[in-house]
Design a protein around this ligand. Structure first.
Ligand code: GLN
Length: 492
C-alpha cells in the first residue's frame, strides 16, 4: 500500500489487527517519508529508525500471538521534551545536546507498553519557551502548509510532523498553549488535558504548575486513542490525580452537541490584533455548531486583560527555579576550561542557554527576588486565582467556552516579533493553564493565504471526554480535519 500515511489511527489499528499490513511495513513507510520529506519540514531532531524497526517487529509478533493492544504497531513521534531511555533528549537546547536520559518519561513508557513504535524525537522551542519553534538550538521547523511560515510552538515539530504525514500522531506539551497553538497553525486537533490528568514524570520541566502533556493528531478520534494510553494517575508525579480515566474512544459520541451551551466571551472577540479571517472562520464554526443544535451564550471573562502579565510572571518565575539545575556540573553542557566554580556556572549557562531562555530566567529571578516577591510573584498568584474563579463562574451557565486558539494564523519564519508582540499572541491559551482547565483545538478552515485557522473549546475540569466528543461530532459533520497540506500529498 502506498497511502498508509492517509489512514486514521482507527484504520491503522484495524488494518494491523486484520493483517492488511504489518507494523514493519507501516514503520518503513513512515521512515521513507521522513527521509524524503523532512529535509524540507525539519520536524525531527532525532530519527530512531533502527529502534523503530525492532519495535515494529516485536509489535508484529505480539499481533500474531494475540497479545496486542489497540495501538500495538502504530508509529508515534515524541516531542523532544519527553525523556527517552538511551535516546538523546534535548528540549531543543544546546544545554542538553549531549543528554541521554537513563529512564523513560511515564508518557513514553506507557506508549511502549501499549506497543507504540517510536519514529523519533521532534523539534520544539528551547525548553518549550516560545510560539514559533524558532527558539530551537536545532533551527526552525517549517509549516507544512507553507514552508516559509512557522508551525507554531513550542510543540512545532510535533505539529509539523503530523501535518506533513511524517507521523500519524505525536505527543506535545502545553504550558501556555504549546499544544493548541501549533495544532491551530498546522490544521490539527490537539488536546491540552486538565492539570494532573497526564503524568509529568520525565517531562522536562518549564513551569511545573502549568505544564501538561497531551495528544496532537489529525482528528479528535485520533487524539482519543492516544489519551487512552497516556492519561491516568502516576505515583511518580505527585500532582497527577487519582481519578478514574474515561475510555475516550468509547465516549466519542458520549456528549451530544444538541443542547450544548457554548459560552462566547465578549472580551475575546474584541481583542486588538484578532485577525479578521481568524474571527470569521471561528464564527462560522460556531454557527455550524449552532446548526447542529448547540446554544451560543454570550458570557463575560472580565480578567482577560490580566492574562498576559500574570502568565509572564508566573511562568518565568517557575522556569528560573526549574532551570537552576543546569549548572554545568552534573549533566548537560559544560563550558570549557573554567577558571573557577563561578566561571563554570556563568559560562555554562550563558553559552548553553539561548536568548529567550535567558530572558525568562532574568524576568523570573527578578520576580522572585526578596525585594520584589510580594509585588510581582505573590500578586500574580492572587490574580491567577481570580482568573480561575472567572472561568468557574462562567461554567455555572455554560458547558464549554469557545475562543480562537490564536489571534492570527502562522507567522512567517524570521518575522522577528518583539518579545512582547510574541507574548500577546498567547492571549487565548495561557489562562487555561493558569486555571488548570482542559482545552482542545480543532481546525475550522483557512485564511486568505491558505493557512489553517483553529477553534478552541475550553472545558471544565476533567471534561476531556466531552471536548473530544464535541469536536468528534463537529468533524463527522464537516471535513476541515481531512484537508492535507500539499507536501503531505507527496509520496515517498
Ligand atoms: N508561548 C508560550 C510561552 O512561550 C507557551 C509555551 C508553552 O506552552 N510551552 O511560554
Amino acid at each position: 500500500m502506498t497511502d498508509l500515511h492517509r489512514l486514521s489511527i482507527r484504520e491503522l489499528s484495524e488494518g494491523l489487527a486484520g493483517a492488511k499490513f504489518s507494523s514493519r511495513e507501516l514503520t518503513e513507510h513512515y521512515l521513507k517519508r521522513i527521509a524524503k520529506l523532512d529535509t524540507q519540514v525539519k520536524s525531527y531532531v532525532t530519527v530512531t529508525a533502527e529502534q523503530a524497526l525492532v519495535q515494529a517487529d516485536a509489535a508484529d509478533a505480539a499481533i500474531k500471538a494475540g497479545t496486542a493492544t489497540a495501538l500495538t504497531g502504530v508509529p508515534i513521534a515524541h516531542k523532544d521534551i519527553f525523556c527517552t531511555q538511551g535516546i538523546k533528549t534535548t528540549a531543543g537546547s544546546k544545554m542538553l545536546d549531549n543528554f541521554i536520559s537513563p529512564y523513560d518519561a511515564t508518557v513514553v513508557a506507557k506508549g511502549k507498553a501499549a506497543g507504540l513504535v517510536t519514529l523519533g524525537k521532534v523539534n520544539m522551542d528551547e525548553f518549550a519557551m516560545g510560539s514559533t519553534s524558532e527558539n530551537s538550538f536545532y533551527g526552525a521547523t517549517a509549516n507544512p502548509w507553507n514552508l516559509g511560515h512557522v508551525p507554531g510552538g513550542s510543540s512545532g515539530g510535533s505539529a509539523a510532523a503530523v501535518a506533513a504525514d511524517l507521523a500519524p500522531f505525536a505527543t506535545g506539551t502545553d504550558t501556555g498553549g504549546s499544544i493548541r497553538q501549533p495544532a491551530s497553525f498546522c490544521g490539527l486537533t490537539g488536546l491540552k488535558p486538565s492539570y494532573g490528568r497526564v503524568s509529568r514524570f520525565g517531562m522536562i520541566a518549564y513551569a511545573s504548575s502549568l505544564d501538561q502533556g497531551g495528544p496532537m493528531a489529525r482528528s479528535a478520534e485520533d487524539c482519543a486513542y492516544l489519551m487512552n494510553v497516556i492519561a491516568g494517575h502516576d505515583a511518580k508525579d505527585s500532582t497527577s490525580i487519582e481519578k478514574d480515566v474515561d475510555d475516550y474512544v468509547a465516549n466519542l459520541n458520549g456528549t451530544s452537541v444538541k443542547g450544548l451551551r457554548i459560552g462566547i466571551p465578549k472580551q475575546y472577540f474584541n481583542v486588538a490584533g484578532l485577525d479578521a479571517d481568524v474571527k470569521a472562520r471561528v464564527e462560522e464554526s460556531l454557527k455550524k455548531l449552532e446548526d447542529m443544535g448547540a446554544t451560543l451564550v454570550e458570557i463575560d471573562l472580565n480578567m482577560t486583560e490580566a492574562y498576559v502579565p500574570t502568565y509572564y510572571l508566573i511562568a518565568p518565575a517557575e522556569a528560573s527555579s526549574n532551570l537552576s539545575r543546569y549548572d554545568g556540573v552534573r549533566y548537560g553542557y559544560r563550558a570549557e576550561n573554567p577558571v573557577d566554580l563561578m566561571d563554570l556556572y556563568k559560562r555554562s549557562r550563558s553559552e548553553g542557554f539561548g536568548a529567550e531562555v535567558q530572558r525568562r530566567i532574568l524576568i523570573g529571578t527578578y520576580a522572585l527576588s526578596a525585594g520584589y516577591y510580594d509585588a510581582y510573584y505573590v500578586k500574580a498568584q492572587k490574580v491567577r486565582r481570580l482568573i480561575q474563579q472567572d472561568f468557574l463562574k462562567a461554567f455555572e451557565s455554560v458547558d464549554v467556552i469557545a475562543a480562537p486558539a490564536a489571534p492570527t494564523t502562522a507567522y512567517k519564519i524570521g518575522a522577528n516579533l518583539s518579545p512582547v508582540e510574541m507574548y500577546l499572541g498567547d492571549i487565548y491559551t495561557i489562562a487555561v493553564n493558569l486555571a488548570g482547565l482542559p482545552a482542545i483545538n480543532a481546525p475550522v478552515g483557512f485564511d486568505k493565504d491558505n493557512l489553517p485557522v483553529g477553534l478552541q473549546l475550553i472545558g471544565n475540569y476533567w471534561s476531556e471526554s466531552q471536548l473530544l466528543s464535541v469536536v468528534h461530532q463537529y468533524q463527522q459533520a464537516t471535513d476541515w480535519h481531512t484537508k492535507r497540506a500539499a507536501i503531505a500529498e507527496e509520496n515517498a
